[in-house]
Design a binder for this molecule. Structure first.
Ligand code: ATP
Length: 355
């Protein structure tokens, strides 16, 4: 089922939580709503679900206006951060619950419920745990049950609000990959709220980046990571080094590196922000040419296959974070206090329109 979110605005008293949100989610997509705390992710999810009403705008499911429909009448399933399983019901009963409480006309018979629950248990690979109670399950297992319970009523849309937020890092990673697989096997459109960039980049078909109730960017993980449209997005999507400078004759300078600026800004004297991700930084022991940033290594963390370096620029004292492979680190024989050169590769320049 496709979802069209049209001109959604929501206030809590005078506070604007969502401001004119427009978003089209295609049938079968897994879309992540990503943003810092308070950016409006949950509010938007609740409006899609019909748990919250918008001040303005419409929610359209498959071309049909659902704005005034109750949650029960929308074909949505939910999973929340805190697995709200019924403690006094075992796994089987928890999954069957949604089917048993359906209005009598829609309620399946006992055998059909039995079959459906077993199908779902097999889908989430927990058949052998059907008789356990929530207290006898791990956090990750409980979240899988919560998901199976949401799927039992065959929703066309699955809404997930930080579903793995309460779990530890390793379990989260496993579960999000598992969710991706499940989503691909199941005919469903999913909207997933998270404030974890890595989670969104890892799992989503497209990411919607929200900030202060507005959409900053919509795109595939590659698009938003490689071509962020503004400083907020590139800062938010992982580590980045930022360099502020002014444009002169179509170039912006960092150390003695001269970077071309986008065409539209060439003729005017403007501020520019150049940026580079730590893993894109290339260093050498020699200057090689006349464009470089000279720096001193002030800190090395060489745990695991990636080595993190903190560099202090010799021209202005600003810090740069770099990541290199352990192989390169050993080959160059790097040490703290060593002088090195950052080469003019992979820098990007951004001219904020509102500067
Ligand atoms: P988090 O990641 O912390 O859950 P979020 O991006 O999901 O944040 P929302 O929960 O959608 O953000 O909240 C957006 C803004 O609206 C916040 O400033 C929040 O305080 C406010 N807000 C949300 N619900 C209400 C409410 N019922 N009454 C008043 N203000 C609210």
């Amino acid at each position: 089922m496709s979802i069209d979110i049209l001109n959604i605005t929501k206030h809590f008293d005078s506070f604007e939580a969502l401001s004119d949100i427009n978003l089209k989610i295609n049938t079968g997509e897994l879309v992540a709503l990503l943003g810092p705390s308070g950016s409006g992710k949950t509010t938007l999810l609740r409006i899609i679900a019909g748990l919250e009403s918008a001040d303005k705008g419409s929610i359209i499911f498959d071309g049909e206006d659902n704005t005034q429909k109750s949650t029960q009448d929308r074909k949505v399933g939910f999973v929340f951060q805190h697995y709200a399983l019924f403690k006094h019901m075992n796994v089987f009963e928890n999954i069957a619950f949604g089917l048993k409480v359906r209005p009598s006309k829609l309620r399946p018979g006992k055998e059909e419920i039995n079959k459906k629950v077993h199908e779902l248990l097999s889908l989430i690979k927990m058949e052998e745990l059907a008789k356990r109670y929530p207290a006898q399950l791990s956090g990750g297992q409980r979240q899988r049950i919560a998901l199976a319970r949401a799927l039992a009523v065959e929703p066309k849309v699955l809404l997930l609000d930080e579903p793995f937020g309460a779990l530890d890092a390793k379990v989260r990673k496993d579960l999000r990959r598992w969710l991706r697989k499940l989503h691909d096997e199941y005919p469903i459109t999913s909207v997933f709220v998270t404030h974890d960039q890595e989670e969104a980049l890892d799992v989503a078909d497209r990411i919607v980046i929200l900030n202060k109730g507005k959409i900053e960017q919509i795109g595939t993980p590659e698009e938003v990571y490689d071509n962020p449209v503004n400083p907020f997005v590139y800062n938010f999507l992982g580590n980045v080094n930022l360099f502020h400078g002014r444009v002169h004759n179509g170039k912006v300078e960092i150390g003695s590196i001269k970077l071309d600026v986008p065409e539209h800004a060439e003729t005017r004297n403007k501020n520019a922000i150049s940026y580079i991700r730590p893993h894109d930084i290339e260093i050498s022991l020699e200057a090689k040419g006349n464009e470089f940033i000279a720096a001193e290594i002030v800190f090395i963390r060489a745990v695991g296959p990636i080595v993190n370096l903190e560099l202090k620029r010799l021209d202005c004292g600003d810090y740069i974070e770099a990541e290199i492979s352990k192989e390169k680190y050993r080959k160059l024989g790097l040490m703290e206090k060593q002088k090195i050169y950052v080469r003019p590769r992979d820098f990007r320049v951004f001219i904020p329109e509102d500067y």
